[in-house]
Design a protein. Structure first.
Lengths: 347, 302
């Protein structure tokens, strides 16, 4: 195979993102300063070129199965009057911060592998940026998709959301963001067209995380479901503690979901650990620090602030925790229901 | 910062009970908290810090385009109000002198597309130069500002809820001065206040002008247009902690409005609490801040 990302990009050359040079033109100052400077830019170009060469090398040794599905994703040169403009850019785990300093952590937490970006331009129309993220697994592509669940569901890929000028979808191991500078009817049509073409170019569907099957369907607020691995992401969706209270890491799987049960709106958190002893240690710490009572057995519940109940139970290597329940009974019921469903979940 | 177990862990419960980040809880409108000080939020009679918020309905049009004439009027008015001067030039002369080398540190985040508007920069540089600071002694930049050579700084941030820091306004705006930005994104970004105490930075900030024309309140990391709104505001002050606290309060209320229920900014902005209690850059206690509100009142949120 000749360079995965060359194929993805339709054999267009790659180039590192330019330094964030300001369009703001300050007055001639007491000392001129240019962001980053030419030297820094050259250094980054060199770093990316090296990374790209490594990428090519890795692609040569990619397993056939992986090669087959990745080769199918091609960014078109033109979509509804918008043409590819400028050079494509490729970012790896090592260079993602060149693309989004202060944001790359989120993608890395979903085992991000590679990113391809291409810009599209059309005269007198907003520019469009296409970002194709390749994750290590379809579960992580689904996971990064659930990071921000606000938007109008549309039919692209396996799940998609549209906001004004922004289309996001996931399929197989890919998460795709297509964003325009502004929205017009033509922009929206172009985004939907581009999204559909990209989704069609991915022949395989990915499997959602099996852990989702443990979520009781009754009262589940679909748009509240987040899938993740680490405590940084848990805290973005639901701040639990300023330390890693549940010992989450890249090897743990977690799902956070919200329920509507009459006037009760509890949150259910399910965490699967590599080993039962990991789950036991986390549950003991959760009880001691958060509930402020060490669990006597495999279950513990307590009334907390605002007349709300929290707690949960451990089942082998899985923790099932509930927060903001209106009563102990409703908390236990939700956890027990999830635990019973957990028995049918693929190990 | 007060910690709550032997390993210094603060939990959601501590936060909600007001026993951790107490003043932030008050700023974020969490009910049932013991107030950090006495009195109403942002209405201090004997304030430790003052902040001026000005808004104008015409500052941003329906197509999200910024009106530079209106923005200039807004900042002129805000500066006169903040200083108590009747003349714009005198207001700027309170903080800057002809012999100053003035660095304007603005925010430009290309990947997130939340930039300080050119209109806001012009509304700063034009009256600053007109007040007597030579044009050759004024430089504006994000990366590469020659801070060592500056004798005075103007901090000009945007406002965004931030994935790792909770909120990013004036305190986080100096992260580029560190040369190692990623190292400040760990541990809830609690160390951000340290950037204000770097040898080349410490004591140089004379004024903070916040571009709150189109703030962002979503989970990030990239922009979802549903989470950016035309607030049409500018804030002026000298206390970064007080200013960021006001912005935190506004963003929290906007999030609640958007979801129709409490949607807490997460993680809690430890950097803001630490900037107050550890780095002593200002106050995050809303009862010790006097906020002067000017102009458009629709959905002011504070």
């Amino acid at each position: 195979m000749i360079g995965l990302w060359c194929i993805l990009a339709g054999a267009r050359p790659t180039k590192v993102e330019q330094s964030a040079s300001a369009t703001i033109q300050p007055e001639a100052g007491f000392r001129t300063a240019r962001p980053g400077g030419r030297q820094a830019q050259d250094r980054r170009v060199g770093e990316l070129s090296r990374a790209f060469l490594i990428l090519l090398g890795l692609s040569l040794f990619a397993p056939d199965a992986a090669r087959a599905d990745e080769n199918m994703l091609r960014l078109p040169q033109e979509v509804q009057g918008w043409n590819a403009d400028g050079e494509d850019k490729v970012f790896t785990r090592q260079t993602i911060f060149d693309y989004m300093d202060g944001g790359g952590e989120i993608y890395l937490a979903y085992d991000f592998q590679r990113l391809l970006t291409r810009e599209y331009a059309r005269e007198n129309a907003p520019r469009i940026v296409a970002e194709v993220y390749q994750m290590a697994s379809s579960g992580d592509a689904y996971g990064i998709f659930t990071h921000d669940t606000d938007g109008q569901p549309v039919s692209v890929g396996q799940s998609a959301l549209y906001s004004p000028g922004l289309l996001r979808f996931w399929k197989h191991r890919f998460f795709v963001r297509l964003q325009a500078e502004d929205e017009t009817p033509k922009v929206k049509a172009a985004l939907m067209s581009l999204g559909s073409r990209l989704a069609s170019a991915i022949p395989q569907e990915g499997r959602k995380p099996a852990l989702l099957e443990a979520l009781p369907p009754q009262g589940l607020l679909e748009s509240s479901v987040h899938y993740f691995h680490t405590s940084v992401l848990l805290n973005i969706h639901y701040f639990l503690a300023d330390s890693n209270l549940l010992n989450l890491n890249s090897k743990t799987e977690a799902i956070l979901a919200r329920y509507q049960q009459d006037r009760d709106r509890p949150r259910l958190l399910i965490v699967r650990y590599p080993r039962p002893s990991d789950a036991a240690a986390a549950f003991e710490q959760f009880g001691r620090v958060y509930l402020r009572q060490s669990p006597a057995g495999n279950a513990a519940y307590r009334k907390l602030e605002k007349e709300q109940f929290a707690g949960g139970r451990r089942e082998e290597r899985v923790l099932l925790l509930v927060f903001e329940a209106g009563s102990r009974e409703s908390a236990e019921k939700l956890v027990d229901f999830a635990a019973s469903r957990m028995k049918g979940v693929t190990p | 910062m007060k910690h709550h177990d032997k390993n210094h862990r603060v939990t959601r419960r501590d936060f909600l009970r007001g026993t951790a980040y107490a003043t932030l809880g008050l700023a974020m409108g969490i009910e049932g908290l013991p107030r950090a000080g006495k009195g109403s939020a942002f209405a201090a009679e004997n304030p430790l810090s003052q902040v001026v918020l000005i808004r104008h309905e015409a500052a941003v049009d329906a197509g999200h385009q910024v009106n530079s004439v209106v923005v200039l009027e807004m900042l002129d008015t805000a500066m006169k109000t903040f200083t108590g001067e009747s003349n714009v030039a005198k207001a700027w002369q309170r903080y800057f002198h002809p012999q100053d080398n003035v660095g304007i540190k603005y925010t430009r985040c290309s990947w997130q597309r939340i930039h300080v508007n050119q209109a806001v920069l012009d509304a700063i540089t034009d009256p600053l130069i007109a007040s007597g600071v030579p044009r050759s002694r004024v430089v504006a930049n994000d990366f590469g500002l020659p801070v060592k050579d500056c004798t005075a700084l103007i901090n000009v941030p945007t406002v965004k809820v931030h994935t790792l820091a909770g909120i990013a306004v004036s305190i986080k705006n100096y992260i580029n001065f560190t040369g190692n930005r990623s190292s400040y994104h760990f541990d809830g970004s609690a160390k951000l206040g340290e950037t204000w105490l770097l040898p080349d930075v410490k004591g140089k900030t004379r004024l903070i002008v916040v571009d709150m024309l189109r703030p962002y309140f979503g989970p990030g990391p990239q922009i979802n247009p549903l989470h950016q709104w035309d607030y049409k505001g500018i804030l002026v002050g000298t206390d970064p902690v007080a200013i960021d606290t006001v912005c935190l309060s506004i963003c929290q209320k906007k999030r609640n409005l958007f979801k129709g229920e409490e949607w807490l900014i997460s993680p809690p902005p430890r950097s803001l609490a630490a900037a107050d209690s550890i780095y002593h850059l200002g106050t995050s206690d809303p009862t010790k801040i006097k906020l002067t509100r000017l102009g458009w009142e629709n959905e002011q949120l504070v």
